[in-house]
Write a protein that binds this ligand. Structure first.
Ligand code: EZ4
Ligand code: CO
Length: 407
């Protein structure tokens, strides 16, 4: 029988930039078993590194890695200063690494520890990004050919510099691309005019079976969001994401009253408190909180359970700035969680995949996890050391008159 206690003997933070920055926590135990967790916060990476190194790691040494819940409570309640992306990403990294360790000691994949399989594969959506409507339609075709059953479509808007979601390359969209933020321009009128035409064309070209998604990326007011939702109803979107900033959860009441387009929110949320009202008032259909930014598997499970009471399903964030260690943990969670909806999946570059060997793979529109004990993702430290940190920030957006807007 394996030992019940696994004392944490060391923990370290690994920063690597195989195309983009990733922060990884590695925790080692006296059982010779280690675990890793993602701590990446895009554009603010080193603040999480400092939080982990200065304030978290000294508290971990000597603790029993098996006591995941107690360590979570210690880091959340015990810090006095609760919540926030830096704190919750750091807690998530610890939590993910501890689930990894528990799985390895038990000889079981994490989804088994959670309660076992609820589905054979995890439905994912990919990103089709084009410079205009016809280009986006070509990209949707390409994603269909790759096997995707659900595709997020974003398009450049003629006359608007740097509309959200339109990358430089076709496969690996990376918004955090410059040392200081790139300035983009936002024009709500052009966007509201253009977007229904995009989805009209996509339905014409690709039929009614493929699931289509769209990310507004916090750009609209509640009333504008309601207008967009209404104008997209004929095209039966899987969801309209982040249609207005959600600091004020009540804002979604207005959107909800006016449209039956399904609503998804929450990739920037850090705790259950950020989405409690949205869920309890059934103002959203999908909750996008994810492992790395919402306190790890331990906290995400709490959010999903609350959501299940109100028929809100999960749709976790899965952009490339979330490392493969987050994706592996997320896929175990997705494989178990009863109220699963969909998982975002932006492919990492081959360099990133090499730094993070993993046992998940894509086929026929689904991601499938293997049965490696733990979460099935490792880090090649030697290779990671070859890619030093590069300071990068996310863009900002301004309205055409120069007013700072939500990127
Ligand atoms: O802009 O993860 O739905 N996906 C997204 C992402 C976010 C980035 C920010 O770091 O909105 O592409
Ligand atoms: Co988004």
């Amino acid at each position: 029988m394996s030992s019940v206690v696994a004392k944490i003997v060391s923990a370290k933070v690994i920063v690597t930039c195989p195309g983009r920055n990733f922060v990884t926590l590695k925790i080692e135990t006296d059982q010779g078993v280690y675990g890793i967790g993602d701590a990446t916060l895009n554009g603010r990476e080193l603040s999480v590194v400092a939080y982990l190194e200065e304030h978290v790691i000294p508290n971990l040494i000597g603790k029993d890695a098996q006591r995941i819940e107690d360590i979570w409570q210690f880091l959340y309640r015990g810090a006095y200063w609760r919540r926030g992306p830096v704190t919750m990403s750091a807690i998530a990294a610890v939590d993910t690494a501890l689930w990894d360790i528990k799985g390895k000691i038990a000889g079981l994949p994490v989804y088994q520890l959670l309660g076992g399989r609820s589905r054979d594969g995890v439905l994912v959506y990919g990103h089709a990004n084009g410079s205009d409507i016809s280009h986006t339609s070509e990209e949707v075709a390409r994603y269909k050919e790759m096997g995707y059953r659900a595709i997020r479509a974003q398009s450049g808007i003629p006359g608007v510099k740097g509309a959200y979601g339109v990358g430089r390359g076709s496969m690996y969209y990376e918004p955090a691309d410059s040392t200081l933020p790139e300035e983009t321009v936002w024009n709500t009128r052009s966007y509201l005019n253009y977007t229904p035409k995009l989805f009209e064309k996509l339905r014409l070209d690709h039929g009614d079976e493929i699931e289509l998604l769209h990310d507004v990326h916090h750009r609209l007011t509640p009333l504008e969001a309601a207008q967009l939702g209404k104008s997209l109803e004929p095209y039966k979107l899987f969801w309209m994401e982040d249609s207005t900033p959600a600091e004020n959860q009540e804002a979604f009441k207005l959107i909800r009253q006016h449209t039956t387009t399904p609503l998804a929110v929450g990739e920037i949320f850090n705790t259950i408190w950020d989405c409690k009202d949205l869920i309890q008032n059934q103002l959203i259909d999908y909750i996008r909180t994810t492992v790395v930014h919402a306190g790890g598997i331990t906290h995400l499970r709490r959010i999903a359970d609350l959501a299940s009471l109100y028929q809100v399903r999960t749709g976790s964030h899965g952009a490339t700035d979330l490392s493969p260690a987050c994706m592996g943990a997320a896929l175990h969670f997705d494989t178990w969680v009863p109220n699963f909806g969909i998982q975002e999946y932006m492919r990492h570059t081959p360099e990133t995949d090499e730094v993070f060997p993993h046992d998940y793979s894509f086929a026929d529109g689904y991601l499938k996890i293997g049965d490696t004990p733990g979460h099935g993702v490792d880090i090649d430290e030697k290779l990671a050391a070859k890619y030093p940190y590069e300071p990068k920030q996310l863009p900002i957006a301004r309205l055409t008159d120069g007013t700072l807007w939500n990127w």
